[in-house]
Design a protein around this ligand. Sequence first.
Ligand code: AMP
Length: 280
Amino acid sequence: MLCYKRREDIERVLKIVKGEGKKVGFLPTMGALHDGHVSLLRQSKRAGEITVCSIFVNPTQFNQQEDFVKYPITTASDLLILSQNDCDIVFLPEVSEIYPNGTTTKTLNLGKITTILEGAHRLGHFDGVAQVVGILLDIISPHHLYMGQKDFQQVMVVQKLIEVKPYKTRLVICPTQREKDGLAMSSRNVRLTPENRIHALSLSKVLFYIKENYRNLSNEKLVELSYELLSKTPEIKIEYLNIVSKYSLEPIETGNQSEPAIALLAAWVGNVRLIDNILL
Ligand code: AMP
């Protein structure tokens, strides 16, 4: 496994790789790797691509300094996981390598998708995401970009970025990997106390409940019952829980249960903010 810190070095090697006619798959991560990340890596490897994984905790996408400072960093075990899973190339840049002119967040005006739900609760978050993914795509220019459904709105923002720029990269959405008990895998889970790890289970449970009852109840009723269920776990503070169109993430008219939909939520469990979703 090759590991690069400098932009010009990875660009040089990728030029050679592409010159040999090989396809490149890319998964951008913020490290603290788990089986969710590994599933993205495996999908790229299955496609027979030279697989590049970046590990970069992007300062411009954090709307709370505390969240940035407390973001788990586990580089040694990340590198072990990547090499054990046959990752070909790791990109591990310093902040100054990605942002030589400073870490001011740039707005790309990708439209409403960046300002609703996560965008409304984490102001500027998707500007930072689009900014860093744009820079990484400029460097790697992969044939395929692998991202997780776990961050569904992020996937939509990046798809918009790819269309607007436009990049030649094709985005591949990979299913959410869950722990055996249903909790969506997340780098932030390690920050949960043992008690809150148990409380956090209510989040996936409520999403499974919505999916089970989606055909029988109105969206309004389902959301109301979901809040009722979650109120039994007072340690959870819901930021949003919405059933919306899978295509626009905007509300679906009552009675239009045939429109492909998704239930998305964000919640605080203690001092850890978790997100999850389920396609309906
Ligand atoms: P992160 O390191 O949290 O920025 O995530 C890097 C990539 O891994 C993103 O495309 C995420 O959507 C994806 N990812 C994170 N958690 C999961 C999961 N539980 N299942 C599948 N993909 C995931």
